[in-house]
Design a protein around this ligand. Structure first.
Ligand SMILES: Nc1nc2c(ncn2[C@@H]2O[C@H](COP(=O)(O)OP(=O)(O)OP(=O)(O)O)[C@@H](O)[C@H]2O)c(=O)[nH]1
Length: 246
């Protein structure tokens, strides 16, 4: 980072400090609030409730300044290289507003309708295209998710698009696939309260393709079965054969 960039970054951080005695790093204040609440802030946790209005902009600026330092340590001349001149800014925006946005924003609003007609037939949604990142290398995970729902009279019905919105909100975080699928199942159990739920995810892990073992063929497929999908092997088979046919 050039001296002028460092100075600019420091001035911006100083301006952001609302208390004269804090370091100016908004991430420190947010972390402190989370710790005081006894909450967790792993890569796949949502921390939106600890971020006050306007603070996400400050956090993005902090990430930008630190990303600029990473580029500088990579010995990239971001001052004269027109291609990387604004890379720190782009990457900060991409992390906070796009690929990891599920950490920093509240869950999408979902209208829940009562199951007036007492529907109890298998319903399948998918393939829902999903984009996530592994928490080990922050490399993309790109894949598909299928959801099977067996409602009962106590279930809520939610709009079809809401499955995709909820799944996207959970996926836009660094994580491992096993936990991602479990989180999808937990959230849908809470929202829909079905008799049974099945979630299958099939994804490419770029940390195995772009780098590391550089295996372009292998993928990860995993599933979570709850309630009647666990207890009723015919239902499970019907679900799996219907998604296989797609
Ligand atoms: N179980 C699981 N592993 C994952 C997932 N995404 C990435 N990984 C793996 O996480 C592992 C991280 O392993 P490490 O040994 O700590 O890192 P590394 O030395 O860079 O590993 P290599 O990829 O083998 O070069 C790698 O084997 C990845 O393939 C996931 O969703 N689930």
């Amino acid at each position: 980072m050039s001296d002028s960039n460092i100075k600019k970054g420091n001035e911006q951080l100083a301006e952001q400090a609302t208390h004269p005695d804090d370091s100016g790093y908004i991430s420190i204040r947010i972390r402190e609030r989370i710790r005081q609440a006894g909450a967790r802030f792993h890569a796949n946790d949502n921390i939106a409730r600890f971020i006050e209005p306007g603070e996400l902009d400050q956090l993005q600026q902090e990430v930008q300044d630190k990303m600029q330092a990473v580029l500088s340590s990579l010995v990239i001349d971001t001052d004269s290289d027109h291609n990387t001149n604004e890379t720190a800014k782009r990457v900060a925006k991409m992390y906070l507003r796009e690929v990891f946005a599920g950490r920093y924003t509240e869950a999408p609003q979902v209208t829940e309708f009562p199951n007036i007609e007492k529907l109890n037939e298998l319903m399948i949604v998918g393939p829902i295209q999903v984009r996530s990142a592994c928490s080990h290398h922050l490399c993309p995970i790109m894949g598909k998710v299928w959801i099977g729902i067996m409602p009962n009279e106590h279930s809520n019905l939610i709009g079809l698009s809401k499955y995709a919105r909820l799944v996207a909100w959970l996926m836009e975080r660094p994580q491992i696939q096993e936990e991602a699928v479990k989180h999808v199942a937990d959230l849908l159990m809470k929202k829909v309260n079905p008799d049974g739920l099945a979630v299958v995810m099939d994804a490419d892990h770029f940390c195995m393709q772009w780098r590391g073992v550089r295996d372009m063929e292998s993928r990860m497929i995993n599933s979570v079965m709850r309630g009647s999908f666990l207890n009723d092997s015919d239902l499970r088979k019907e679900f799996l054969s219907l998604i296989r046919a797609r």
